[in-house]
Design a binder for this molecule. Sequence first.
Ligand code: SF4
Ligand code: SF4
Length: 258
Amino acid sequence: MNKTVMNKTDMSEANNNTITIDGREISFTEGQTIMDAALAADIYIPHLCHRPGLTPHGSCKLCTVEVNGRSASACTLPAAKGQEVSSNTEPLKEVRKTITQMLFVEGNHFCPACEKTGDCTLQAVAYHLDMLDGHFPQFYPRREVDASHPAIVLDRDRCILCELCVRASREVDGKDVFAITGRGIDARLIVNSESGKLADTDITTDDLAAHICPVGAILIKEHGYETPIGRRTFDLHTVAEPGIEPVILTKGKHADEH
Ligand code: SF4
Ligand code: SF4
């Protein structure tokens, strides 16, 4: 009898674990962030530096939402009963568009000539936000390309410093191949080897770090155009589409292959 009462209480408490996102009530479980709860409910909140299973980083700021009237990163803020979250609003969309434009002009992104085009999450987010141009003057930074590894190339021109490769290497691959050094405009991705070159690390094409880059900064050599342009993930789907996240996460797999 007591057990039944307890179960009912538990259930009722579980049912109270809800937040609203743009007026839609969704449930969450203890320990989930707002981003976790949103993804589980097929609600898209733009993000670039977040991938389920890796420690949230909160650095790209694209997932900035308003929670009970205050700004917060959806990927790091734990969901809590009764939160009222605004995400899909015009002011937040403008902020996200500005952040995305800055990411484009801070690096060297020439999409028509990029192997990642059509599979690039930055490009897909830009489309989602109706970004039509970079708006700001291009920085044209000089950045090093590392083609020393026989199977993997690192083109820092397109790196957005999301640290996904850093966390994937450390947390999933059990290696420590990448790191970010410097701050602000001087921040850059470095390789943890004596020479500073990828060839002198133990990274392999089986590593998550070799595949997780949301842009075309880490690429597998000799496989760039196996899926023709026009049949790539974001040629066929929008980044906001329910169920697209696992496709983005599946190594080397495209939307028409599942
Ligand atoms: Fe364009 Fe993405 Fe390539 Fe940058 S990484 S040039 S945004 S396709
Ligand atoms: Fe992110 Fe790719 Fe740069 Fe690594 S190389 S920090 S995954 S953009």
